[in-house]
Design a protein around this ligand. Structure first.
Ligand SMILES: [Zn+2]
Ligand SMILES: [Zn+2]
Length: 211
């Protein structure tokens, strides 16, 4: 069984997730930004005797990568992301300056995550869905046995990702949601990059951007 732990970090109220099978963990979108937030993540991992083994980014917007440098220092992990989000990743320092955020630059990525590939953790699997539109190289992580999907900033409860940032495109985003996320099934739980969890079915019925 794959457990999902959610943390809400940094001034953007970004959701960082820890996926784990009881021994090893994947950290997704580390937004932990100050010592207190780093400590919160660290304590969870310690208390559950978890070893983080991979650092995966749904996309590289600044609110999702603020903790990359710390994770690398503390656990020796390098970020992995879709290669199409590399320009966004590379703009991190400039973006942080723009927002006036202190930012320890993230280390260079180790590996790129390909569309339709599978991420394994113990006996569990996550399928990588390519869902551009909010960011050019945005991925979602689907766990069929959950069933749940980590949607990053593509789909939120009652909302969708903004498309006015570099590499964003509204038509592309809507297509990603309709063609990649909706077919997963109404009962699939959606863990978003901001806000509360929802389900695919609920958003099909109630999301004002998708009805
Ligand atoms: Zn974003
Ligand atoms: Zn975000």
């Amino acid at each position: 069984m794959l457990n999902v732990a959610k943390f809400t970090f940094n001034p953007f109220q970004e959701n960082t997730y820890v996926l784990h099978d009881g021994h090893e963990a994947i950290v997704v979108d580390p937004g932990c930004w100050n010592r207190q937030e780093q400590r919160e993540l660290e304590e969870y991992l310690e208390q559950n005797a978890l070893t983080p083994v991979r650092l995966v980014l749904t996309h590289a917007h600044i609110d999702h990568i603020l903790g990359c440098a710390w994770i690398h220092d503390r656990y020796g992990l390098l970020p992995e992301l879709h290669h199409a989000d590399l320009p966004v990743f590379a703009a991190g320092e400039r973006t942080a300056q723009m927002y006036g955020l202190p930012y320890d630059p993230a280390p260079e990525p180790k590996d790129f995550i390909a569309e339709a590939s599978t991420i394994r953790l113990g006996k569990e699997e996550l399928k990588v869905l390519f869902v551009p539109g909010h960011a050019p190289g945005h991925i979602a992580l689907y766990h069929a046995a959950g069933p749940f999907v980590l949607s990053g900033d593509v789909l939120f409860q009652n909302s969708i990702g903004r498309t006015d940032l570099p590499g964003g495109d509204t038509e592309t985003l809507l297509r990603s949601i309709r063609e990649q996320l909706f077919p997963l099934g109404d009962e699939v739980v959606v863990y978003s990059g901001h806000g509360s969890e929802t389900t695919i079915g609920r958003e099909k019925r109630h999301n004002p951007f998708l009805r």
